[in-house]
Design a protein around this ligand. Structure first.
Ligand SMILES: C[S@@+](CC[C@H](N)C(=O)[O-])C[C@H]1O[C@@H](n2cnc3c(N)ncnc32)[C@H](O)[C@@H]1O
Length: 446
């Protein structure tokens, strides 16, 4: 019985009774002054109340005791409710539904809320995010500042250079210390130029001439495997040309190692020639009988002092409309196309019809260009113009040439034209205009 009463009092919400009982029972510091003793015992009672297992009987007693002694409660000093101590600010109109719960309404029964692991980790990720963004911003601004400083210096140096616009800078390609491939590798990767080179080289067929071939960066992109290439797409012969002897030497070495390493190129049995000299000069490359079926040039016009004359010469070297090809067996191509038309489905038919039509329509050979030059964006052109002299002096390339105008002035027929990279990269398929057959046939084949 006494035990039950004690339990009631322990769990009672009326602490002052528990105070005296506990003090007596446990022999607690009786020397404490009244108020301190009250505080000490109140804490003990609270602690017990929290740790006591809640059983149905204890709940019953608890209810009973609170009812029995409720009338004595007003004598006790109760802490005012938190909400009444600091009145919350009135909620802004319209967002009342989003107000966070007050401490009274949470399930913690007024106990101080602890920081949950979720909050701590979101605080940490905010800090990581904040410092990451700040660091990135700092590095980026430092990089942009250095670019700007370099640009300003180059503009000054460019202005001081004694170089006429579009002056002949081809001698820069004779510099032995330069490694052209290392210089351009990274920028070509960033601009995915290799895919564009491949696209161009895959169109080559018959007797093929590559002018301004440099170190031979396109060599491994041609269809040189006679077994796996359709008959109407095969390459019969290859001529590589460059004005720089050093470049031609490097191209030759590259071809030899490709033949050793690559099966497809090793299988190529056609003649391969390397010619040093200005391809614009009529004495350098002789026109084969029937002309070249395909002429390719990549990134060459930028380094030429007279690009229009150069393109006209390519037009002469190309197979003219109506001229009989010696690189492509026209009958074979037609028969091949017909055969496929009979055997295959619609898509293959469409593909081969295009090849057949090409010959039927008699447009002559193709001149394929991949060039770089002026943009179609104003501020990019301003940038190119401002340091064009400095760039030409260093790299032997005028990067602000108006390629479109050059092609227009050459008089060649534009079959297709595409521009990439803000218009600074040009891809052309050109055809000779014709009327050269007589002139061409008068010349002796090489
Ligand atoms: C920028 S490099 C391009 C090399 C190569 N076509 C490529 O795409 O990597 C320009 C090349 O054009 C050559 N070149 C310049 N003028 C030439 C000309 N009139 N005849 C033949 N080659 C020329 C230079 O010697 C140089 O190797």
């Amino acid at each position: 019985m006494a035990d039950a009463v004690m339990r009631c009092l322990h769990t009672s919400k009326i602490p002052h009774l528990g105070v005296s009982l506990l003090a007596k029972r446990a022999g607690r510091p009786s020397n404490l002054p009244g108020r301190q003793l009250f505080v000490h015992c109140t804490c003990q009672i609270r602690k017990r109340a929290l740790t006591t297992a809640i059983t149905p009987s204890s709940l019953h007693h608890s209810k009973h005791s609170s009812r029995t002694y409720a009338s004595t409660a007003p004598t006790l000093p109760r802490p005012p409710p938190r909400a009444s101590r600091v009145p919350p600010p009135p909620p802004p109109i319209g967002i009342a539904a989003r107000q966070p719960k007050t401490s009274n309404s949470n399930s913690n029964n007024g106990l101080p809320r602890t920081r949950t692991p979720d909050r701590a980790s979101s605080g940490r990720s905010f800090q990581i995010y904040f410092w990451g963004v700040s660091l990135f911003g700092f590095v980026l601004s430092a990089y942009l500042s250095s670019l700007y400083v370099t640009y300003k210096r180059e503009v000054r140096e460019s202005a001081m250079l004694d170089l006429a616009p579009n002056a002949d800078v081809s001698s820069r390609w004779l510099d032995l210390s330069r490694n052209f491939d290392d210089e351009v590798d990274m920028s070509e990767k960033l601009m995915s130029l290799r895919a564009k080179r491949r696209n161009l080289c895959q169109q080559a067929q018959g007797n093929v001439l590559e002018v301004s071939a440099g170190t031979g960066r396109n060599m491994d992109l041609y269809n040189l495997d006679p077994i796996n290439t359709p008959r109407n797409r095969r390459i019969k012969s290859l001529v590589f040309n460059d004005q720089s002897e050093i470049m031609v030497y490097q191209a030759q070495k590259r071809f030899e190692s490709l033949q050793e390493e690559t099966d497809a190129i090793a299988k190529f049995r056609g003649p391969v020639r390397f010619i040093v000299g200005d391809a614009g000069d009529k004495r350098i490359i002789n026109r084969p009988e029937g002309g070249f079926d395909t002429i390719i040039q990549t990134m060459g016009l930028c380094s030429m002092s007279s690009p229009v004359g150069f393109l006209r010469r390519l037009g002469e070297l190309c197979r003219q409309p109506g001229e009989r090809s010696t690189g492509l067996d026209v009958n074979l191509v037609r028969a091949d196309s017909q055969e496929k038309r009979n055997d295959s489905g619609a898509s293959a038919e469409a593909h081969e019809t295009a090849a057949g039509d090409e010959l039927d329509s008699d447009k002559g050979g193709k001149i394929l260009l991949l060039e770089h030059g002026r943009s179609n964006v104003g501020f990019i052109n301003k940038y190119l113009d401002n340091i064009a002299k400095r760039h030409a002096d260093r790299y032997g390339c005028w990067w602000n040439k108006d390629i479109e105008q050059i092609v227009l002035d050459s008089g060649l027929v534009v079959e297709s034209k595409k521009r990439y990279h803000f218009g600074t990269t040009y891809e052309y398929v050109l055809r000779p205009r014709g009327g050269l057959e007589k002139d061409a046939s008068e010349r002796k084949p090489s």
